[in-house]
Write a new protein. Structure first.
Length: 102
């Protein structure tokens, strides 16, 4: 699992890149990989509408929506199985109506 960094730390890194410091230098000094710094910079540009892509807030909304969909699909499957079991218990054993002829 990727390591989580505080928002303040990320902001400091982004401020240093915007000030013109080389990414490799920032990465070494602060103990993160250069790729991580590039990822943060790219995501910041997306969030500020400088670059096209899915913003952080949209990504969080999508993740929450996908999670809720999975939960609802699970609930639906449980309801379908319960309905099938209840239906099987209430079906007549004879398989059909007996007709009365007089």
């Amino acid at each position: 699992m990727p390591r989580r960094y505080p928002v303040e730390f990320r902001r400091k890194v982004l401020d240093l890149t915007e000030a013109g410091r080389p990414v490799a230098e920032i990465a070494v000094q602060l103990g993160v990989t250069a790729q991580t710094v590039y990822n943060w910079r790219n995501q910041d540009q997306i969030d500020r509408c400088v670059r096209a892509g899915v913003s952080t807030s949209e990504s969080a909304e999508l993740s929450a929506a996908r999670k809720r969909i999975r939960e609802l699909e699970t609930e639906l499957e449980i309801a379908r199985r319960a309905n099938g079991l209840l239906k099987a218990q209430t079906d007549p054993k004879g398989g059909g109506r007996s007709s009365r002829r007089s």
